[in-house]
Design a protein around this ligand. Structure first.
Ligand code: WTA
Length: 690
């Protein structure tokens, strides 16, 4: 059976959209690029298109169009980026205020996997799998990826997976993971990728919450030269969950140990047809869910849907990274995070470009790993996290200088605030001052990049560490944290960042808990989307994201809720209570410090307890959630109503003093503060003498 040809009527119905045929599309070398050149002057007379040349050169005009005519703007964007089976006739039916409903292109139909595969040239390279093993990579063409996706899709159907079912993917970043995501998309199953660094308990919690009937995993996974026993972790997780019917196992290394409900992936997939018609899905059919941490409670399964998500990530991938067909795009995030979903996978593949799957770590086998890969693969856009950049800059300039990095044109940063030193180093020693550095701000919840220097600023005006201005269609305001008043634009100020209007790629709900979605994200006062981040606004309305306003900690770009870590610590039988705060960390951005009170009869030594508590955290969450320091205190400072005052703990740990603690009039027992100060200082002294 041949893949169905696309119905292009919606595409044709938009006569404005003309991508210049003979344009190279490549960064500042493109003659069409400069705002002062002929192309720009000509384009002013032309109808407004949403290709990157138009947006770069006419940013203000596009922003105004998006503000004045949001439905027309988003419809045009969605028609340009997505091939629809059935064109949509309604654009935005969202209502933040009434029921927290978010709905885009509601009556449109498409197939996401078809958009990412079938419409591209079969022979061009879709994936380059950069394996954990140094200097080893493998190419997968669009044709091969389509064949594999269809085979996996048939396998899923055969295993009883149908539209709407949840499939948990617990795999490293590799082609079979991408094919499984796209296979789910092909048949309408909802994939739920769980970062393969999470423990069995954390995996089980996600499997159970999602009610997944199938888990796809591998025997083992090498990461940074170490071996992660994925299958054993899955076996343990499956024992803790009641819903898994089958486990599909791929052989990454070594031997598969199959039993009971396990199914051999290679064997099953190998028997299947390489063709499958792409059925029509509704624009609002769920595409995937992804768990992330909030400030309270257990991790939440954010649900993303199909049409609006795909259009937005494809469009922003083009706007921000400014690739040319034939480029090699390397987003070095893991597929277990939203960055891996939106840019490594969906954005890049919808645009038909070559995307790198980086399975390793930045320091393995040495700190030249990224740079050697850039040279060997000819990477043109690199998208990395500030933590990695900071850890590499600490190793000195000689590593990037050993390699030819001249292929690079765009350097992206994501996931946490980037400090000036890291920004400048990235720009100078990696980009040789000729690349565009884009500090992109967004979230699992937003689905795609919301604030970014490109396309919002002429390249020459990009200010280090500033995410600059929102993309067209994204309306940002700051709210005064105390009065909840909207802060005026055009003045330098700080506040809680909100987005006033819905946009196509935002998460639609929290799996099985829409009330939590409404309570967490939609402000009662204004009916805005509350990001949870604090930002600084300049007079020019440029934004710098300064950190979280809630109890979410960002360790090396991994989001964790303080309560999640506290829950894990409290599982130790000798722990009575715990409180967790974050402190600045020179590489990880933030690190955790825990304060623990013990049960009265506890006789275990503190160093032993520390080891045991760390083991519990690793078991319950992951090793990246382990604290830098654990302080054992006899009492925690709390308000008269019983709330632990983490603010005080944070202040003590950063200053070591009991003065200048702000308003402590609500403290139930002020002596608790001194106890904490004494414990912290004693530990610091001991550590110094070690
Ligand atoms: C933080 C990652 C500063 C922020 C895509 C946000 C950033 C959280 C930036 C989302 C940035 C992300 N500058 N902080 N450029 N990008 N953050 O859901 O606190 O893993 O709310 O999504 O990371 O993390 P998440």
């Amino acid at each position: 059976m041949k893949s169905r040809s696309f119905i292009r009527s919606s595409f044709i119905s938009s006569p404005n959209i003309k991508v210049p045929k003979n344009c190279c599309c490549s960064s500042i070398t493109c003659k069409r690029f400069s705002s002062s050149n002929q192309h720009s002057r000509n384009s002013r007379a032309n109808p407004l298109t949403l290709d990157r040349h138009s947006v770069y050169n006419r940013y203000e005009e596009v922003v105004k169009y998006a503000r004045d005519e949001p439905d027309k703007f988003w419809a045009q964007m969605a028609r340009e980026k997505v091939t629809w089976h059935k064109p949509f006739s309604v654009v935005n039916e969202s209502d933040f205020k009434k029921d927290g409903r978010v709905r885009w292109f509601g009556d449109g139909q498409l197939n996401v996997s078809e958009n990412c595969l079938d419409r591209h040239d079969r022979d061009s390279v879709a994936l380059i799998w950069e394996k954990d093993e140094p200097r080893q990579h493998q190419h997968v063409t669009y044709g091969e990826l389509l064949d594999l996706t269809c085979q996996v899709a048939h396998t899923l159907l055969q295993l009883g997976v149908s539209k709407g079912d949840r499939v948990v993917i617990y795999l490293p970043t590799c082609p079979i993971a991408i094919a499984t995501m796209l296979a789910c998309a092909r048949i309408g199953a909802i994939h739920c990728v769980v970062f393969a660094g999470f423990s069995a308990s954390a995996l089980a919690q996600r499997i159970n919450d999602a009610g997944a009937k199938l888990v796809v995993t591998a025997d083992r996974s090498p990461r940074g030269g170490k071996m992660i026993e994925l299958k054993k972790i899955v076996d343990e997780a499956v024992k803790m969950s009641g819903c898994v019917e089958k486990v599909l196992v791929w052989q990454r290394l070594g031997k598969k140990d199959l039993k009971g409900i396990d199914v051999d992936l290679e064997k099953e997939v190998g028997n299947q047809s390489k063709e499958m018609e792409a059925p029509s899905m509704n624009a609002e059919d769920p595409l995937f869910m992804l768990y992330t941490s909030g400030s309270t409670g257990k991790p939440k399964g954010l649900v993303h849907t199909s049409g609006g998500y795909l259009a937005y990530v494809a469009w922003t991938h083009e706007m921000v990274f400014n690739w040319t067909k034939g480029d090699v795009f390397a987003c070095v995030a893991d597929i277990g995070w939203i960055t891996g979903h939106s840019y490594l996978a969906y954005g890049a593949l919808a645009n038909g470009i070559t995307t790198v799957l980086f399975e390793s770590t930045p320091l393995y086998p040495d700190p030249g790993r990224y740079w050697e890969m850039v040279e060997r693969l000819g990477v043109n856009q690199l998208y990395a996290a500030p933590t990695a950049i900071r850890s590499l800059l600490k190793k000195g300039d000689s590593y990037p200088h050993q390699y030819d990095l001249s292929s690079l044109r765009t350097l992206g940063s994501v996931g946490e605030p980037i400090n000036t030193e890291a920004w400048l180093w990235y720009n100078e020693h990696v980009g040789h001052n000729r690349c565009t550095v884009v500090d992109t701000w967004w979230q699992t919840e937003t689905g795609g990049i919301m604030i970014s220097p490109r396309p919002s600023a002429p390249e020459a005006e990009i200010i280090p560490t500033m995410a600059m201005r929102p993309l067209p269609g994204v309306e940002v305001v700051l709210i005064d944290p105390l009065t909840k008043e909207e802060l005026p634009k055009g003045v330098a100020t700080d506040g809680d960042m909100c987005i006033t209007r819905p946009w196509p790629s935002m998460a639609r709900t929290i799996w099985k808990d829409h009330n939590r979605y409404v309570d967490t994200y939609l402000t009662k006062e204004h009916g805005y989307y509350l990001t949870g981040d604090e930002a600084h606004q300049t007079e020019e309305n440029y934004y710098r994201i300064t950190g979280r306003m809630d109890d979410v900690i960002n360790i090396s770009g991994h989001r964790l809720g303080t309560s999640e870590v506290e829950d894990a610590i409290d599982q130790h039988p000798q722990v009575s209570e715990s409180a967790v705060v974050s402190i600045p960390h020179s590489i990880k951005g933030e690190a955790i410090v825990a304060f623990v009170t013990l049960k009265d009869n506890c006789s275990i030594e503190e160093t032993q307890l520390e080891t045991e508590i760390n083991a519990v955290i690793k078991k319950e969450i992951a090793s990246f959630a382990q604290p830098e320091n654990i302080h054992f205190v006899s009492n925690l400072p709390r308000t008269r109503s019983g709330k632990i005052m983490r603010r005080i703990l944070k202040k003590v740990i950063t200053t070591g003093a009991s003065e200048d603690l702000g308003d402590i009039s609500t403290l139930a027992d002020p002596s608790a503060v001194q106890t904490v100060v004494d414990t912290v200082n004693k530990k610091k002294k001991n550590d110094l003498h070690k």
